[in-house]
Design a protein around this ligand. Structure first.
Ligand code: PMP
Length: 318
């Protein structure tokens, strides 16, 4: 589905999947003026199709739009795009454990000019792809490479926006992580505080049951993280968003104050962190049961197996 804007959103249309024609001078190709979202559609046992907290994705897309000097897509248009896609392609929502239709809304500047200024001509698209289980044969702990030479976002930069440039900046450190035999990269901010992984947020569990997650203006505010923390609060856990230095992480693990470390995001939902590897150390991470139990509760809600007490689900096929 595609909308374009020039003085107001117009011409929403569903078109067959295929290449997009762009002028070689299109602003997005030169200045990276683009934003996106990631959200899933789940098929419930009765066949109905639901998505999870789309209002949050719509609002994050609007915040990203502001930062990238793109026009904001009204929340109702965002929802309409999800519904229209399911109306034509709903049969692509798979059924089964951990199966989903991954939805990728994105917006980019297509105006052709070579000066550096915000574009006036913009397009919003939504594409989708069936996604199988992220982990084959059960959730596996991941190994994390500490990126010390590279950052994904700088102070006052675009870290809090979901824009391609942040991901472009993370490709080289992610490749470094693979070379080091690790699955994922973790970034620190300029002050040595833990930020997030390339595509997931981080949560620490302390031995008194408190969940701590890094807070900084350059973190991408994950919807999974926010939801997991809400479920933890519902169970009586204390939750803190604050700076977490690398020293606090490493010392906390060494002393036993930190009893679990996990990552979360739409793709993998929740995954325990098994090891943290830096240039001159490898720290085994403690493993516990809280992360997996919160994961189960969240996926039970998403797949309609448990009461949606927070009203997080939105039905897309009716
Ligand atoms: N951080 C980054 C950099 C991400 O790309 C993602 C995935 N969107 C997340 C965190 C987790 O966000 P969410 O839970 O909304 O998927």
């Amino acid at each position: 589905i595609c909308w374009s804007v020039r003085g107001g959103w117009h011409r929403p249309r569903v078109q067959p999947y295929g290449p997009i024609t762009l002028d070689p001078a299109a602003a997005v190709l030169h200045y990276g003026q683009e934003i996106f979202e990631g959200i899933k559609a789940y098929r419930h046992a009765d066949g109905s199709v639901h998505t999870f907290r789309p209002d949050q994705n719509a609002r994050r897309l609007q915040r990203s739009a502001r930062r990238l000097a793109l026009p904001e897509l009204p929340e109702e248009y965002f929802l309409q795009s999800l519904r229209e896609l399911i109306a034509v392609d709903g049969e692509w929502v798979p059924s089964g454990d951990d199966q989903s239709l991954y939805l990728r809304p994105f917006m980019f500047a297509k105006e052709a000019f070579l000066g550096v200024r915000p574009a006036q001509k913009v397009a919003y698209y939504l594409i989708a792809s069936p996604a199988g289980a992220y982990f084959k044969g059960g959730v596996q702990p991941v190994s994390i490479w500490l990126s010390e030479d590279y950052a994904r976002a700088g102070k006052g930069g675009t870290g809090a926006a979901k824009t391609g440039g942040n991901y472009a900046a993370s490709l080289l450190p992610q490749a470094e992580a693979y070379e080091q035999g690790c699955d994922q990269v973790v970034f620190l901010d300029q002050d040595g505080n833990v930020e997030e992984l390339g595509g997931m947020n981080v949560i620490f569990v302390y031995k008194d049951g408190t969940l701590v997650t890094p807070q900084s203006p350059s973190i991408l505010e994950g919807i999974t993280r926010e939801s997991i923390l809400q479920l933890a609060r519902d169970r009586g856990h204390k939750v803190e968003g604050r700076h977490v230095s690398l020293a606090e992480w490493r010392d906390g693990v060494a002393s036993g104050d930190i009893v679990e470390v996990f990552a979360c995001g739409t793709a993998a939902v929740v995954t325990p962190i098994g090891t943290l590897k830096g240039k001159d150390f490898i720290d085994e991470q403690p493993s516990g049961t809280l992360a997996l139990s919160l994961r189960e509760e969240l996926t039970d809600i998403q797949y309609g197996r448990r009461d949606d007490r927070h009203g997080w689900l939105v039905r897309l096929d009716a």
